[in-house]
Design a protein around this ligand. Structure first.
Ligand SMILES: O=C(O)/C=C/C(=O)CC(=O)CC(=O)O
Length: 218
């Protein structure tokens, strides 16, 4: 039997093992989880060898991130952040108040369902080099038009009032992607203000792609 048929033998699985994050520096979804782990003060090891066929045993979608924690292997950035919040309540990422919680999740889903999947590099590769910039700009602008309106009503110091949340974990990488695809952020003053404020947080700065071990390999 191939050893790979038993992923539990290959990936940290004991309850007390240090979590392992499968991450790629430029992946905005990995970046969200790095921020969540950082804000909660959870130490973790990082693995960046995510291209191999063996990695399919970790995440059947063969995409990052995946997090090995508490004897489990978790995939999908939002599911991972929710698990972290439910099992490690320190520095909560979702507000207790149902209305504020719904607003945070609205912002999370605008980014994680309404923007990022449409401008993901695998989608852009299918669209083709000639069309990809215009495609990415279209979907990011459409999403940012909505996000700016929502955030102009919900935000204080952070996306939802003055408490940092899962929405902020998602906003920072998405703004980076917007810059990457040459979106004029002056059109989005609230988004720009929040991103600027979050960029001064040292924990968040440590999660930036340029500070990741695989950055120089790119
Ligand atoms: O875990 C998720 O929520 C989604 C993952 C991806 O779409 C892969 C990925 O990292 C795309 C990206 O942000 O570059």
């Amino acid at each position: 039997m191939s050893a790979l048929t038993k992923p539990a033998d290959h990936f940290p699985s004991s309850d007390d093992a240090k979590p392992v994050l499968y991450s790629s520096c430029m992946s905005s979804c990995s970046w969200r989880v790095r921020i969540a782990l950082g804000l909660k003060g959870i130490p973790y090891d990082i693995k960046t060898d995510c291209k191999s066929s063996e990695y399919k045993e970790v995440n059947p979608m063969q995409q990052v991130p995946a997090l090995c924690i508490d004897g489990h292997t978790l995939c999908d950035s939002v599911a991972i952040m929710q698990y972290l919040d439910e099992t490690r309540p320190q520095h909560p990422l979702l507000p207790q108040d149902p209305y504020k919680r719904a607003k945070v999740l609205q912002i999370v889903h605008i980014i994680c369902s309404g923007i990022q999947p449409l401008q993901n590099t695998c989608v852009l590769a299918r669209v083709g080099e000639e069309e990809s910039l215009e495609w990415a700009q279209h979907w990011i602008s459409r999403g940012f038009d909505a996000l700016e309106k929502v955030l102009s009503e919900s935000s204080g110091k952070f996306c939802m009032g003055d408490e940092i949340s899962m929405a902020d974990c998602c906003l920072v990488p998405q703004v980076f992607n917007a810059r990457r695809y040459q979106i004029n952020l002056d059109l989005y003053p609230t988004i720009q203000r929040l991103d600027h404020g979050l960029g001064t947080n040292t924990t968040i700065r440590a999660c930036h792609p340029y500070n990741q071990p695989d950055y120089l390999q790119k």
